[in-house]
Design a protein around this ligand. Structure first.
Ligand code: ZN
Length: 256
């Protein structure tokens, strides 16, 4: 209930700088051109960027133009430590403006933020898949990091599910929310220090072998911070013998 009301009451100001956003325009996806842009940091400063973000409906815009442009693009090719190293794909490095959007999505009922964020996830995943060579590589299945059922009931939705489902829809990929489940409640990683984060999520996930075996799996979450949650998901997936595992998040830390 609360999240529904909060979404409706979103005041139409930039989440990062409080500047008023312009009136609603056409549907966001209606503004997308047929093709995908060249993958480069310069993309973020092109007219295309403005053409995509300009017509967003106010509740989905979440940031003003200047704050969108303040986000730092993340380069492809990053790998999450572990054995084996896991390709970690993100459109952005995590910074103050992006954190405001993620907090809105997770803690203030701001489900509308999943719309533009999913577009960027789709953009980055597409860029990654094309860079991987494409030919012969199977399409991945998108799997959200699950919430424990009590937290899901509290929040009313899982933000990782919103992101994974929309991203899969944009790219025409399979979406499988049941491939991973959280077997016990964990404390919010954001409230813990480094070593505690590892212990907190270790063994907290189980995978469904039938959904994973022989598949290329992309695990989707909002942010990659220390990576412990993702590594715990990977540890649950590996015994199910997936063909490959990659992780996809809206933002990642710049220090790894
Ligand atoms: Zn702003």
């Amino acid at each position: 209930m609360f999240s529904f009301v909060a979404d409706l009451l979103f005041p139409g100001v930039c989440l990062s700088c409080d500047r008023g956003l312009s009136p609603p325009g056409d549907d966001f996806f209606g503004a997308l051109p047929g093709g995908w842009p060249e993958a480069s940091p310069e993309f973020f400063r092109t007219d295309f960027f403005h053409a995509v973000l300009g017509p967003l409906k106010v509740p989905a815009r979440v940031l003003c133009e200047d704050c969108w442009l303040s986000l730092v693009p993340a380069e492809d090719g990053f790998r999450l430590g572990g054995d084996p190293p896991i390709p970690a794909i993100s459109p952005f490095l995590t910074g103050p403006a992006l954190l405001e959007v993620i907090r809105f999505l997770k803690f203030r009922g701001g489900r509308s933020a999943a719309q533009p964020l999913s577009w960027w996830l789709a953009f980055s995943l597409r860029r990654h898949l094309e860079a991987e060579g494409g030919t012969g590589a199977p399409d991945p299945v998108l799997v959200p990091v699950p919430l424990f059922h009590s937290r899901l009931a509290e929040r009313g939705y899982n933000q990782a599910e919103l992101l994974a489902r929309r991203t899969a829809g944009l790219l025409g990929l399979e979406y499988c929310p049941r491939a991973l489940r959280r077997t016990r409640n964990t404390r919010p990683q954001s409230k813990l220090g480094g070593p505690q984060r590892t212990v907190n999520v270790r063994g907290a996930f189980e995978a469904e072998p039938a959904a994973v075996e022989g598949r290329r799996v992309v695990v989707v979450d909002d942010l990659l911070t220390t990576g412990e949650t993702m590594l715990a998901c990977v540890a649950a997936l590996l015994p199910c013998r997936p063909l490959a595992i990659e992780v996809l998040t809206v933002g990642r830390g710049s220090d790894r």
